[in-house]
Design a protein around this ligand. Structure first.
Ligand code: SF4
Ligand code: SF4
Length: 187
């Protein structure tokens, strides 16, 4: 005997007849299609689709995990100490770091000679940001210029990650997130 679920939908006679509901669904879908197609053919935008990358949304949520930023110390050097924790925790294994050693810098002798992220495989989970003990890697909400025609162009290196600063002073923390409302949602 089939199991009964507590929230099982109860169908009326009209729904049990099956065909009328199928036709009603087709009418709704067809209506939306024809309306959007008409708008498209008359030069207006139909469905709420962003034609990325030609169009870029400006209304990313403040907590959106976009592109990575490598932060810098006050002297401009990367804050990263090449500990490899971000690369280790990365579930997609897309971070490659080559560590260098500078005995003259007693406070931070290790530094990244090479720091690369393969954006063709990054899943934008943010675990690298969470794992970093130095606050050396962050994710900005903006996502500019990531698409490419070949995978190799989607590897971004240390220079770009250091130079691409969507906000002026990355030594400062990103603006605090908006306060949470009691039910846990952002306002
Ligand atoms: S966001 Fe996730 S997948 Fe992308 S580099 Fe960081 S840890 Fe790896
Ligand atoms: S970004 Fe952070 S976690 Fe990754 S190697 Fe540099 S210091 Fe370590």
């Amino acid at each position: 005997m089939r199991k009964q679920y507590w929230n099982e939908a109860e169908m009326g006679l009209w729904e049990r007849a099956y065909l009328p509901e199928i036709l009603r669904g087709l009418a709704i879908t067809g209506g939306v299609f024809v309306r959007n197609m008409f708008k498209w053919m008359t030069g207006r935008k139909g469905a709420l689709t962003t034609y990325y990358p030609e169009e870029t949304r400006w209304d990313y949520a403040p907590a959106n995990r976009g592109k990575h930023v490598l932060t810098r110390r006050a002297d401009g050097s990367p804050q990263c100490v090449a500990c490899n924790m971000c690369a280790t925790v990365c579930p997609a294994k897309v971070i490659e770091i080559e560590a260098g050693f500078d005995p003259a810098d007693e406070a931070h002798p290790k530094y990244p000679v090479r720091f690369e992220i393969d954006y063709s495989r990054c899943v934008f989970c943010g675990l690298c940001v969470e794992a970093c003990p130095e606050d050396a890697i962050r994710m900005a909400k903006e996502v500019p210029d990531l698409p490419a025609h070949d995978r190799w162009s989607m590897w971004l290196g240390k220079e770009e990650l250091l130079e691409w600063q969507p906000q002026g002073d990355v030594a400062k923390p990103y603006p605090p997130p908006p306060p949470r409302v009691p039910n846990g949602d952002r306002p």
